[in-house]
Ligand binder design. Sequence first.
Ligand code: SF4
Ligand code: SF4
Length: 124
Amino acid sequence: MEGIKIGYLEGIHKTPYRAVVDMEKCDYCGDCFQACNVNALGLDKSHPLPDRRVTRADPEKCLGCGACLTACDREALSLVDRKSYTLPPKTKRNMFLRIAREKGRLGPLVADQIKYRLRGTFKK
Ligand code: SF4
Ligand code: SF4
């Protein structure tokens, strides 16, 4: 979660949901800010009325955890389906293979594994 705060947005798997704010209900009281562990809530700078301040949930940061929903007395927050969602790897092995692939190290890793196994074969 600390990683997300400093910009590593894919550092943790998110739920298939994301928070959205109802602009009509939100009065920018800020009560929900403390509830969010990844600082995904802040001022909506794209609001069409410049003197109207409302909160926005950053979809890139939001985990879809729902922790902020109960903090809002005005019921301005809700969860909606996330359009794209990456499933977490089912096993640790798959996770490490994916990390190696994303870092461009899958080739050397496989080569090392082959070398290691061949060495074992020749020792027998
Ligand atoms: S607690 Fe509700 S009303 Fe207050 S800023 Fe958050 S979303 Fe808006
Ligand atoms: S759903 Fe969770 S991560 Fe998203 S804004 Fe609310 S508290 Fe933050």
